[in-house]
Design a protein around this ligand. Structure first.
Ligand code: GAR
Length: 215
């Protein structure tokens, strides 16, 4: 089967993008990154893509009068590259309803909390402030319910009593770098499907393989 063509959307540093680029560069990996799109010209992740010889496109959101026109420009770039799956990796724009509808069932995101806890921004701070003992990362389908789409896989890390936002974020980010490539492999192997009642099924994979424990 041909490798799944992936488009990665970034806004910044791009460490998750780097984890995906490295995974896709391993022999036999069932996905390939066809295009990286950034809404910011200064996104550090663009250099990672260039280093791996992956095409990039910058679509500055400020050049567009409204969200939908920005979304349509991003979508056109993805379509022109033949993208089959969109991976958000630190993409910090909220879509108009048009985009998740256009890419329905073919767009995923990585979020630095154990959803449905801590949606939105500053989620590591939210986790610390709430007193939870466990947090982590979630890969989920993107729908028009912000950070609320069906969950594909999660990684759990401890929250230590003396954690700062920086130390917790670093622990979660390390787990993200394991989780996202694992999930992308499953998509590449065409194992992932949406079942009824918000459930995601990963064919041929033990159910607990979709939970990473990072004590
Ligand atoms: C990651 O922690 C990612 O989960 C988060 O932004 C960071 C991006 O880092 N995404 C969100 O908060 C999305 N709402 P990176 O640019 O180094 O991959």
């Amino acid at each position: 089967m041909a490798p799944l063509k992936v488009g990665v959307l970034i806004s910044g540093r791009g460490s998750n993008l780097l984890a995906l680029l490295e995974a896709c560069a391993t022999p036999g990996f069932p996905a390939t990154i066809a295009l990286v799109v950034s809404n910011r010209t200064d996104a550090g992740g663009l250099a990672h893509a260039a280093r791996f010889g992956v095409p990039t496109a910058v679509v500055p959101h400020r050049d567009h009068a409204d969200r939908e026109s920005f979304d349509r420009a991003v979508s056109a770039a993805l379509e022109a590259a033949g993208v089959e799956l969109v991976c958000l990796a630190g993409f910090m724009r909220i879509f108009s309803p048009w985009f998740p509808t256009r890419w329905a069932d073919r767009i995923i995101n990585i979020h630095p909390s154990l959803l449905p806890s801590f949606k939105g921004m500053h989620v590591q701070q939210q986790a610390i402030a709430s007193g939870v003992r466990v947090s982590g990362a979630t890969v989920h389908f993107v729908t028009n319910d912000l950070d609320g789409g069906p969950i594909v896989a999660q990684a759990a890390v401890p929250v230590h009593p003396d954690d700062s936002v920086e130390t917790l974020s670093a622990r979660i980010l390390k787990a993200e770098h394991d989780l996202y490539p694992l999930v992308l492999r499953w998509f590449g192997e065409r194992r992932v499907r949406l079942a009824a009642a918000n459930r995601v099924v990963i064919d041929g994979v033990a159910a607990d393989a979709a939970v990473l424990w990072r004590p």
